[in-house]
Ligand binder design. Structure first.
Ligand SMILES: [Zn+2]
Length: 292
């Protein structure tokens, strides 16, 4: 069990790292940890997370009543309280506005594609909690829909939230989300991700057990069912990941998924033909031959 002084120092260090990495600007973001059974240690409102000192933190009970501290607790305290209420296993909560992940949250694009093994084994999928006015009771309600099954999520038009079994575990998940968002953005700029096939995702899910990774819910594979990504009932009980059937492949180029039974067949006029350079060269050579 960490001592109160080491937890205060830990919050200062996490705040410093978040500010140094640009995950927060000005007074954005907030951090909390459990302090024993029924108390929380939390960042105060209206301070820059890059320049905190250990004595600034507030102590509250699990209803948010301030027990100790010169300053008032974070304006997002209600969101933190909701997480601790729903997740007895969670020891720490981190909230920030990392710019690339927040860009996905603003664009309404969840980070739920099967792309990176370490993201799948740790966070599974990263859904988007619906937009809520910050610091109101709307935000805990939006977060509450996903927090039972997810250790990290985006907050629509706002930022990101991560939780963990200790302070640095929660913080590292914030790093993972921002890193994953940057990689996803670059891959999309370069033409789109190759996705891990469903069988590979199943294999990675089994590795969670091998490596002793504690995930709050299993991964549910959902290749392309409209309306279920990140917002359906499934997302409350499992981590919905988009992974195509591989048909023997472990990596499937985006847009190459085998067509599902329900999807209408394209007409000949719309059909897409993909050729390798060698095949195309052979076709052109044939055409030139036939002209002679
Ligand atoms: Zn915020």
């Amino acid at each position: 069990m960490s001592t109160e002084s080491s937890l205060r120092a830990g919050i200062v260090e996490v705040g410093r790292r978040m500010y140094a990495r640009g995950y927060t600007a000005s007074n954005d973001g907030n951090i909390s940890v459990r302090l024993g059974q029924d108390r929380l240690l939390m960042t105060p409102k209206s301070v820059c997370k890059g320049f905190m000192t250990p004595d600034m933190m507030c102590i509250t009970d699990l209803q948010g009543v301030k027990l100790q501290g010169d300053r008032d607790p974070s304006s997002e305290m209600l969101m933190h309280l909701e997480v601790y209420r729903q997740r007895p296993d969670v020891q720490a909560v981190v909230h920030a506005h990392p710019p690339t992940a927040t860009g996905f949250a603003v664009a309404g694009i969840p980070l739920d594609r099967a792309v990176l093994a370490e993201v799948l084994t740790t966070l599974g999928s990263i859904p988007i909690a619906e937009y809520a006015t910050p610091s109101t009771s709307e935000l805990p309600a939006a977060v509450g829909k996903f927090i039972k099954a997810h250790d990290g999520m985006l907050l629509a038009n706002h930022g990101a939230l991560t939780v963990g079994s200790e302070l640095f575990s929660a913080y590292y998940k914030m790093e993972t989300i921002e890193h994953f968002a940057r990689i996803s953005l670059v891959a999309r700029l370069l033409g789109g991700e190759n996705l891990l096939a469903r069988d590979e995702v199943t294999r990675l899910q089994q590795l969670r057990g091998t490596y002793g990774i504690q995930a709050p819910a299993p991964i549910c594979l959902d290749p392309a069912v409209p309306g279920t990504q990140g917002g359906g009932d499934d997302a409350a009980t499992c981590q919905v990941v988009q992974a195509p059937a591989g048909g023997g492949l472990r990596l499937v180029p985006e847009g190459r998924e085998p067509r599902s039974e329900a999807a209408p067949a394209r007409s000949h006029e719309e059909a897409e033909i993909r050729l390798t350079y060698r095949e195309l060269s052979a076709l052109i050579a044939d055409a030139i031959q036939s002209l002679r």
